[in-house]
Design a protein around this ligand. Sequence first.
Ligand SMILES: [Zn+2]
Length: 288
Amino acid sequence: MRWSAGDRGNVEDMRGRSGGGGMIPLGIGGFIVVALLSMFTGVNFFDLLGGGGSAGPTPVGTSGTSAPPANSTPSEERLVDMVDAVARDTQDTWRQLLGNRYEPTKVVLFRDSIQSACGYAQAATGPFYCPRDRKVYLDLGFFEELQRRFGASGDFAQAYVLAHEIGHHVQTLTGTESRVRQGQQSDPRSGNALSVRLELQADCYAGVWGHQAAKSGRAASGGVELDPGDAEEALNAAAAIGDDRLQKLGTGRVMPEKFTHGSSEQRVTWFRRGFDSGDPAACDTFAR
Ligand SMILES: [Zn+2]
């Protein structure tokens, strides 16, 4: 994947101000359990916190200027630039697709833990989108986990994760997220099934961006451009973090009724649907 560093206008760097002492290391078992519960957290994260309705922007503890940490490394700084470039490119794509319905978001970078408008979050939660302050939250360490624990490597696998979270932002802007939440509140038994549909749509939306990024000549104009094989990276990542794969890893069993994000096959199918068509209308995971 080719990209060029920009002004970091799409990230809010809280690495130097988040987390810190007093954290209890989760260890491998703990990580997997937490990851199982809330990998790519969408709706369920908020269910656990008892949140209801998107009450509009309520920034908590993430205002103010960005502060790069003193103990960062050159490779970490390069990751920050990559996240910024992907967030910029993804948002450009959605601005084109949604016109003035699109509102910009930012990726809040944190270390270990952070207080978001959706509650206290730890790195082990995985990246997530908070509908209340309409921001994406990411601990860069997740990319290492993605590679090490889930075997999904490559920068487009990382970009897919970001594009998925920005897909949740799009769902908030289009009202899909609040409709799903209302549906879950009126019929709690539908909770997981609706959550899966919401997550698969975010996968499809990530694919919609990938469709644009696959066009040649984008790097020359400062955009993100995929290399051959990049789409496979994303598909591999989507497959690696399917609920069935994660459940097997965590418990040795597959329990479809507990799926919140969809199986590996479903995630791959919906990403590909968005990637092949480039059309958000192809992402109606709620159609019967
Ligand atoms: Zn998600």
